[in-house]
Write a protein that binds this ligand. Structure first.
Ligand code: NAD
Length: 214
């Protein structure tokens, strides 16, 4: 497929291009903060940039009328509403985490949560590389929404960590700990590839990565 990346020079943009190119897909549109480089019309667009780029992304997709896969974090409620509105026109696949492991972890958290009452303590810790702009991570916020009670999120910015999320549930007598750690950005780009390949067959609508996996 011919595809485009918004945030093409970023850490995720480069990793997505590496994996897509390895799978025979053609990067024909690259956009960064200050430049656009287009050699052909893309069939789908991928956005892994910054929340501040969102208004531009919205108008690009409206103009091109192609599916959007968006993993950018730090989007606010209004941005998400606008994405849902856009989904009336084109397929939109949005997730704050495109790794298969985090999506399995989400299911486990929901299950454990159903067994526990409010007497259990709950804590979440997320660790990411020092360059990550949003804090806490979009994934931590997404996981927190699965819990029945509010959870404190401890966010660490350390060295080169690709992304670690840990949820601990404890009573006075025992502890359950669920942890996911990405070894590389390929954990995310593989999910983006699955989503992009699926997007070409989808009707307009709003899809989570979980929907694509299902
Ligand atoms: P990065 O800082 O390395 O790259 C950001 C890119 O965005 C840069 O190339 C920059 O030029 C570009 N950019 C900035 N403003 C822009 C604009 N107005 N228009 C177009 N491009 C613009 O960041 P990163 O580590 O590659 O992460 C990118 C985003 O993806 C972040 O929001 C991060 O949290 C998110 N992320 C999501 C997942 C996921 O699975 N959903 C996984 C990892 C990272």
């Amino acid at each position: 497929m011919k595809y485009g990346i918004i945030g093409a020079s970023g850490r995720m943009g480069q990793e997505i291009a590496r994996l897509f190119n390895k799978n025979g897909h053609q990067l024909v549109y690259r956009k960064d903060e200050k430049e656009v480089d287009a050699s052909a019309e893309p069939e789908i667009m991928i956005d892994f940039s910054l929340a501040s780029a969102f208004p531009e992304t919205l108008s690009i997709i409206k103009e091109k009328s192609i599916p959007l896969i968006i993993g950018t974090t730090g989007l606010n409620k209004d941005n998400l509403t606008e994405l849902h509105n856009l989904a009336a026109e084109v397929p939109v696949i949005q997730s704050f985490n495109f790794s298969i492991g985090i999506n399995i972890l989400s299911k486990l958290i929901s299950q454990v949560n159903n067994y526990l009452d409010k007497s259990w303590d709950l804590e979440m810790t997320e660790t990411h590389h020092r360059f990550k702009k949003d804090k806490p991570s979009g994934t931590a916020l997404m996981l927190a929404e699965l819990l029945k009670q509010p959870v404190e999120i401890h966010a660490k910015r350390l060295g080169s960590e690709f992304g670690e999320h840990k949820i601990e549930f404890a009573s006075t007598g025992e502890l359950i700990s669920l942890k996911h750690r990405a070894y590389s950005r390929e954990a995310f780009s593989r999910g983006v590839l699955l989503s992009a390949e699926a997007a070409l067959e989808l009707e307009p609508g709003f899809y989570s990565f979980q929907d694509i996996l299902n």
